[in-house]
Design a protein around this ligand. Sequence first.
Ligand code: GTP
Ligand code: MG
Length: 360
Amino acid sequence: MKKNISHKSALQENEGVSQSEITDGLAINKLKHKRKSQPTAKDLISGIFDNNITALSRAITLVESKNPEHLKKATQIINACLPKSNQSLRIGITGVPGVGKSTFIEALGMHLTAMGKKVAVLAVDPSSSLTKGSILGDKTRMEALVTHKNAYIRPSASGDSLGGVARKTRETIILCEAAGFDTIIIETVGVGQSETAVHSMVDFFLLLKLAGAGDELQGIKRGIIEMADGIVINKADGNNLKRAQLAKTEFSRALHFYPVKASQWQPKVKLCSALKNEGIDTIWKMIEDFTSLTKSNGYFEQHRREQNKFWLLQTIEDQLKSNFFNQIQIKSELEKQLKLIAQNKTTPFAAAEYLLDLQQ
Ligand SMILES: Nc1nc2c(ncn2[C@@H]2O[C@H](COP(=O)(O)OP(=O)(O)OP(=O)(O)O)[C@@H](O)[C@H]2O)c(=O)[nH]1
Ligand SMILES: [Mg+2]
């Protein structure tokens, strides 16, 4: 009974129902109705501009929805938010499972919030539809950050395709920026293609590594090192410190053999103990140095323009592909052509030409 009363007063406070309305019982229907009614796009936009986290979360849920009505609303909100976006620094963080990404983000996030910054943490994890979003479980590793008033942690959008997840993440970045977050951290496990997707949506790309394990053991593919603006050797503590220092020297030397980046930035190697909160300030200083260099030489803006072009072309490509393969006629004809190819009655090239000619 007591519970009921406090529930009512919470509703009263949040939903503007007067005490007399509650006591006369009629209000129950009004409350039920109010609960069901969804906020309009306009409500959510003004909520986001007021830095309201609930409005932000609801808008992100719309972005992630499959319902066409929700997506229409999401587009309206994103369009309104666009002029207020682009104001943040976007940092991508990758590394194999267990390297310490979550622990590192907690330490970096706390360092930044202590400086008065507002930090949003997002994740790109195409496998999250299976694992239900690793960042959710991670919230225990980001204990302090989760509850910090100037931090927002959003589990990754689930999705069947990396393209879909990436699109949702890019739109979520826009919403977070409009809600006043000035630093966006995007985490991804360094497996599959997700790190390439994250690289193409951030300003600074950081690779977390462990000392002593070969790149093969760390699941690090060629190309990721080239993408990195900074390499951080984590767990540089206890017995591991010496090995970490050695790895840093070797890596710094190796990086000099890579061609100069378009940004003119020479990637750096740093040591860190995310667990002990050591090295975080030096890493932040590196990111600041990168930002001031690339802002003064014009690369920062140019890079963002290139990223927009990349995503425009990528989205068109994805859309054309899915439109094509989702046509019923194409689906059945594709099967037939595959059989004909197997029987040596046609070639893959002739079959492709035939199928492409069929599309409306
Ligand atoms: N000694 C030491 N342990 C660390 C450090 N950073 C993280 N760890 C430990 O390493 C383990 C994995 O850390 P996480 O932060 O969960 O690693 P992750 O990269 O987020 O892992 P996934 O989410 O599975 O990809 C945990 O037990 C941490 O406590 C560090 O700097 N030093
Ligand atoms: Mg993690």
